[in-house]
Design a protein around this ligand. Structure first.
Ligand code: HPA
Length: 274
């Protein structure tokens, strides 16, 4: 299994290298409703995931599936336009295959974005949260199974997964651009259902500010390979148990769209500094 996974990652990486001779050191994963980030990118090349060997293809319509080579603020970047999730039935290794492949291609810094629900009562829909830590409640881990020692250690450290030096850079950029951000703890669940009131209560009690169904597997795989991580969550729904409303995918996409222009400006501003 591990050997087969390693081969799949290596074949994906070899294909990407065959198309992109000079792979940028920075990559961005675009989460639910955040495709608008592409409007700030000068696109040089776009490769459908289905053309890249072993790349998982999303089964949800809100997620595109292309790898984009582009320029943001004079800086070359790779963008993973769309991701797959555990709730689609993919295992954690497959979910993180794109991040692994980018790691093998030489990506050193990864900016992750996602949509989340907020349990912290100070957070509002449409606001941006810079992640400072996480709790993995998925019951799955992409590092399960035999370790590939060339990629990273058996027991990777997680004392600072959301690099504090990079977070300081983001805080400065947020100040300069007058974009308010929160800094919070993300708890990852499998989904695909949203949480019950009792579950939101529990997740808040555990110490999480926001909840979502992605990102943590990618962070674990990236940190295992020594890739630095910056992660942004966009609050798409307020999950305060006493006043919980019905949440639809449309609400989630609308809130993500509202936050997109702010997140675009912030990412444009930080990319050259990372
Ligand atoms: N729960 C889990 N994942 C989410 C939510 C939520 O409320 N909102 C957006 N992604």
């Amino acid at each position: 299994m591990a050997l087969d996974y390693r081969r799949r990652v290596e074949e994906a990486a070899a294909y990407i290298r065959s198309k992109i001779s000079d792979v940028p050191s920075k990559a961005i994963v675009l989460g639910t409703g955040l495709d608008a980030l592409l409007s700030s990118v000068e696109v040089l090349l776009e490769i459908p995931y289905r053309d890249i060997p072993h790349f998982p293809v999303s089964t949800v319509q809100s997620h595109q599936g292309t790898l984009v080579l582009g320029i943001i603020n004079s800086d070359p970047v790779l963008l993973l336009r769309g991701r797959v999730h555990l709730y689609e039935g993919y295992d954690a290794q497959t979910v993180t295959l794109p991040v692994r492949a980018l790691g093998l291609c030489g990506v050193k810094t990864l900016i992750l974005t996602n949509a989340c629900g907020a349990m912290n009562p100070e957070y509002r829909a449409g606001e941006i949260v810079l992640l400072k830590d996480h709790i993995n409640m998925m019951g799955h881990n992409p590092l399960e199974g035999p370790n590939v020692a060339e990629w990273g250690p058996r027991f990777p450290d997680m004392s600072d997964p959301y690099n504090s030096a990079l977070r300081a850079i983001v805080r400065i950029a947020a100040n300069e651009t007058s974009i308010p951000i929160h800094e919070g703890v993300y708890v990852a669940v499998v989904g695909p259902n949203l949480e019950t009131k009792a579950e939101y209560n529990m997740l808040r009690l555990l110490g999480a500010d926001v909840v979502g169904m992605s990102t943590v597997p990618e962070v674990l795989a990236a940190r295992h390979m020594g890739i630095n991580v910056v992660a942004f969550s966009v609050v798409t729904d307020e999950c305060f148990p006493d006043e919980l409303k019905v949440i639809t995918l449309e609400d989630v996409l609308r809130a993500a769209a509202k936050a997109s222009p702010k997140l675009i400006r912030l990412i444009q501003s930080i990319v050259p500094r990372l």
